[in-house]
Design a protein around this ligand. Structure first.
Ligand code: PLP
Length: 380
């Protein structure tokens, strides 16, 4: 065996694991799809390729003193600057929170938040459909972990009753795979009844709901009744990164204890300037009505096959196609018609709950939506 070559048992292990993935039709590989019609990205408002946003960013960059390419370090060492602090202050105001703390991604935000908050003897209760980053953050803590049946308050209450220590409840306002909404008002009341801290991941609600896209918690005026929210910039805002918004006591705590914040180079200023410009663009137009119009149109046209979809009023419309092979085949057929729609396979979703996750965007034409649905109706 040469230097640097993995020992045989490791090679065998890797090969076997990949072979199992191939056998179950769940092998993942990176692809670049060019020239297809986007029904799969999280760029719900088209911000990522908006010429207007690009021009606004260039104009702002010209007015700002040239910034270093990299931030050069963690925010706690050399990576802090006025642009980052101003962005945090603007984000806090936009989302009606006391404070905000930037993270390099939503994944980092959830990891840092859950792993640092809950201590040994505490309990984290997550919706069974909570995003991998929430689960991984909870796993990294020493707290006891429970999950409750999706959106099931009775089941959640049963879990709360057997919880110890400080209790953290983690939900998403719009679920990333099903596109449905959490019963936020009832969750807030239940959390208050038991003195638990409710944490809401608004990754798929940011930009879509609430005034100018401030999220579902703002839409329902629940800002002061949730402990923290996670806002991400990589979806409707068309950028990259995330923020935890909540009380200053919490952001100060995270600066001191959240390892994904402390031990990672801060995002560069050009990234923060892009995010701050995307927030400005959000406030220029009523993008929320535009996306709602598309969702309504899609649902009207899909009425005859409505039972094949997971009920959702969000841009995420999941068309159920049980079986990895079946879901893959249908995605391939749609690709022949230039539609970029990705199959979501097990183990990402539960066995038997494989689907095509259709993401609607303000830029999808009514004609393309109709064509896509004609193909889905034929396949049903
Ligand atoms: C609900 C939810 N939270 C967090 C994340 C992670 O965010 P990011 O892509 O910024 O790491 C995602 C992304 O898929 C998500 O869907």
């Amino acid at each position: 065996m040469g230097r640097g070559t993995p020992v045989n048992s490791i090679t065998t292990f890797l090969e076997q694991k990949l072979e199992v993935r191939k056998q179950s039709n769940a092998y993942r590989k990176l692809i670049i799809n060019k020239g297809l019609i986007d029904f799969c990205s999280n760029d719900y408002l088209g911000f990522a390729s908006s010429a207007e946003l690009r021009n606004m960013i260039s104009a702002k960059a010209h007015l700002t003193t040239p910034q270093p390419t990299g931030s050069t370090g963690s925010r706690l060492i050399s990576g802090n600057n006025r642009i980052a602090e101003q962005l945090e202050s603007d984000i806090a105001q936009f989302h009606s929170a006391e404070n905000a703390l930037l993270f390099n991604s939503g994944y980092d935000a959830n990891i840092g938040l859950f792993s640092s908050l809950a201590q040994r003897g505490d309990t984290i209760i997550t919706d069974e459909l909570a995003h991998a980053s929430i689960i991984d953050g909870a796993r990294l803590s020493y707290a006891t972990r429970f999950s409750f049946k999706h959106n099931d308050l009775e089941n959640l209450e049963a879990k709360i009753k057997i919880s110890k220590g400080n209790i953290y409840i983690a939900v998403e306002s719009i679920y990333s795979m099903d596109g449905d909404e959490a019963p936020l008002q009832a969750l807030v009341e239940l959390a208050e009844q038991y003195g638990a801290a409710l944490i809401v991941d608004e990754a798929h609600a940011t930009g879509i709901y609430g005034q100018h896209g401030s999220g579902l918690i703002s839409q329902y005026n629940l800002e002061k009744r949730v402990f923290a929210r996670v806002i991400t910039f990589g979806k409707a805002l068309g950028c990259h990164g995330a923020a935890v918004v909540g009380p200053t006591l919490l952001t100060n705590y995270l600066i001191n204890f959240a390892r994904s914040f402390i031990y990672s180079t801060a995002a560069p200023s050009h990234s923060h300037l892009s995010v701050s410009t995307a927030y400005q663009l959000l406030q220029k137009e009523d993008f929320q009505s535009k996306i709602q119009k598309k969702i309504k149109f899609f649902k009207k046209e899909a009425a005859t096959i409505a039972d094949r979809f997971i009920p959702s009023n969000s841009p995420i419309q999941s068309f159920m196609v049980p079986g990895n092979n079946e879901a893959k085949q249908l995605a391939l057929l749609l690709k022949e018609h230039r539609f970029d729609i990705r199959p979501i396979l097990s183990p990402t979703v539960q066995d038997g709950k494989e689907r095509l996750r259709i993401c609607l965007h303000t830029f999808n034409s009514d004609q393309d939506i109709k064509h896509l649905l004609t193909l889905l109706i034929k396949s049903a």
